[in-house]
Design a protein around this ligand. Structure first.
Ligand code: MG
Length: 256
């Protein structure tokens, strides 16, 4: 592997199991990586949730200034500024947007009947301010739920195919293990890559993106047209070896 100038990671099923914190060893490797290059975590989760889940250890490192958090599907950006997390940008949805999104979801659910026979563990409609997340099994998910809840992504894929054309004025992607995420048009992980590329003055092609959903309609696939180098992962275990590979290829590198 050629040493990238910045490393970007999806969170759910890439750095950590769905909606859980990364293992301590993953956080440790991220800290090692931060000593070498800017690191970005790009996720459908919202900021309050990742803050309470695992940011403490990263925040206490002097290298945290090289960490960028692009959350809620990159519709919001954060960075540590001294002792505080500073919001760098946000693209909030309006009330009309919320109404249109809710109505379209209800129609698609009715028409596809994909929820029939599925358990529901909590709230399905989750409003993250700048992104609406529709979690097909509800949240929070009990532990132990795997991708097997929807073999071949059949039910979620069907809902996504029905819903996306109803909301052409929005970005509609599959995120995490059960969700469909909706944000303002053009506000997706590709936007996040371009924003970071401009912010750092590093061409997208010199950066590496690691994610588990680089397949068609997956929330990571949006980054592909930016020209960023991509690496698919099957989960946190493989991601750990990818990080080790990056560290190995960047042995002499240090962040300024
Ligand atoms: Mg993921």
């Amino acid at each position: 592997m050629e040493c990238p100038r910045a490393a970007l990671f999806d969170l759910d099923d890439t750095l950590a199991p769905t909606l859980q914190a990364p293992e301590p060893v993953v956080t440790q490797r991220l800290l090692e990586l931060l000593a070498k290059m800017p690191v970005c975590i790009m996720t459908g989760r919202d900021f309050p949730r990742i803050q309470e889940s695992f940011l403490g250890e990263l925040a206490s490192s002097p290298d945290v200034k090289h960490l960028y958090l692009l959350v809620s599907g990159a519709s919001q950006g954060y960075r540590r500024n001294g002792k505080e997390w500073e919001q760098l940008y946000t693209f909030d949805l309006g009330e009309d947007d919320r109404r249109a999104i809710r109505a379209a979801i209800e129609e698609s659910v009715r028409e596809t009947a994909v929820l029939e026979g599925l358990p529901c563990y909590g709230e399905r409609y989750v409003d993250k301010g700048s992104m609406i997340s529709y979690a097909m099994l509800g949240v929070p998910l009990p532990r132990g739920i795997t991708r097997e809840w929807d073999p071949g992504n059949a039910k979620r894929g069907a809902l996504w195919k029905n819903l996306a054309p109803r909301l052409p004025q929005f970005d509609v992607v599959m995120g995490g293990m059960t969700a469909i995420d909706i944000a303002r048009k053009g506000i997706n992980k590709a936007y996040g890559v371009k924003w970071l590329s401009e912010r750092l003055g590093i061409p997208a092609g010199d950066m590496l993106y690691v994610g588990d959903a680089l397949y068609e309609g997956g929330n990571d696939a949006a980054v592909i047209p930016t020209g960023i180098r991509t690496r698919a992962t099957s989960g946190p275990q493989e991601t750990l070896s990818i990080i080790n590979e990056i560290l190995g290829s960047c042995a002499d590198k240090k962040t300024g």
